[in-house]
Design a protein around this ligand. Structure first.
Ligand code: CMP
Length: 138
């Protein structure tokens, strides 16, 4: 069955001019765009979005990075969306990401890792709802 995942093209990839190339990889892999916006997270937005990581040593750095410039956020639709999107983006650390994956191609390092992908159907729904209202989802 068709389901949804949530993604962000992170500030590093936007700054480095990779929006077009990343969207090309995503649509070529068969994902349909259900919602999309170009936006910048406030500090509060980022703190809330990443609340699950708040005890981690990298939390402050992550919030600073994610608010450092605009992002593209999107809800994507496809059969097996969450799992297939995680395969398309590759491991969190680009040095460990498989050849040809979005992070291998476009990420800088483990923090500035080009894209986000939801890790479960439940989180995809929570994250999508954090960024988009019902009327923005098609
Ligand atoms: P993502 O998996 O999209 O969401 C959590 C983010 O935290 C992750 O991408 C990285 O940007 C960041 N992150 C995860 N692990 C580390 C780490 N060990 N050091 C720094 N940043 C990290």
């Amino acid at each position: 069955t068709t389901n949804k995942t949530f993604t962000m093209i992170k500030p590093d990839a936007v700054r480095n001019g990779h929006i077009g190339a990343i969207l090309e990889k995503i649509t070529s892999a068969g994902f349909k765009i259900a919602a999309m916006k170009y936006t910048q997270l406030s500090k509060r937005d980022a703190q809330e979005f990443y609340a699950i990581h708040k005890e981690r040593p990298f939390y402050g750095e992550l919030v600073a990075f994610m608010t450092s410039g605009p992002i593209v956020s999107a809800i994507l639709e496809k059969e097996n969306a969450v799992e297939d999107f995680r395969a398309l983006i590759g491991a969190t650390n680009p040095e460990e990401a498989a050849e040809g994956t979005i992070r291998r191609l476009f990420a800088t390092d483990i923090t500035e890792n080009a894209v986000h992908g939801s890790d479960s159907d439940e989180n995809a729904a929570i994250e999508g709802a954090f960024h988009f209202s019902g009327r923005e989802i098609y």
